[in-house]
Design a protein around this ligand. Structure first.
Ligand code: ZN
Length: 140
């Protein structure tokens, strides 16, 4: 299983059975999968998404969006539960207009699930952690 490091961009090969075992980046030593959402930007989005074989679920959000802020702790909770099974990521759609435009984000929060760099499905609106986990588990 290939997992890109969100810190240095290095691609790491992690045996499937070690995914839940706190693997670290071979180059910079940072945790690859910490069980918390990673931050993606216009600058690192392609490097991480293109080189990570785990399903990636991107939460498009913005600081001014009330429902987004309500959903944030739920999304963090879901990231802990799905550690080693899916990579949960957040994109601030105000700061990263290129990525938001590419996915045609019109309302936030919107979650987009990607596999091998391709969109599998999306869902708009604030969800609770069990709903987020359930939605991701259907297709991972
Ligand atoms: Zn690294």
């Amino acid at each position: 299983m290939l997992v890109a490091c969100t810190h240095c961009g290095c691609t790491n090969r992690v045996p499937d059975e070690r995914l839940a075992n706190d693997p670290v980046c071979g180059r910079c030593g940072q945790a690859l999968l910490r069980g918390e959402p990673v931050t993606l930007t216009d600058a690192n989005f392609d490097a991480v998404v293109g080189k990570t074989e785990l399903p990636i679920v991107v939460d498009f959000w913005a600081p001014w969006c009330g429902p987004c802020r309500m959903m944030a702790p739920q999304f963090e909770n879901a990231a802990r539960q799905l550690k080693g099974h899916a990579l949960l990521a957040k994109v601030n759609s105000d700061d990263n207009p290129r990525t938001a435009a590419r996915y045609g984000i019109r309302s936030i929060p919107t979650m987009v699930m990607l596999k091998g760099g391709s969109e599998v499905k999306r869902m708009s609106g604030a969800l609770q952690a069990p709903q987020i986990v359930g939605w991701i588990a259907q297709d991972r």
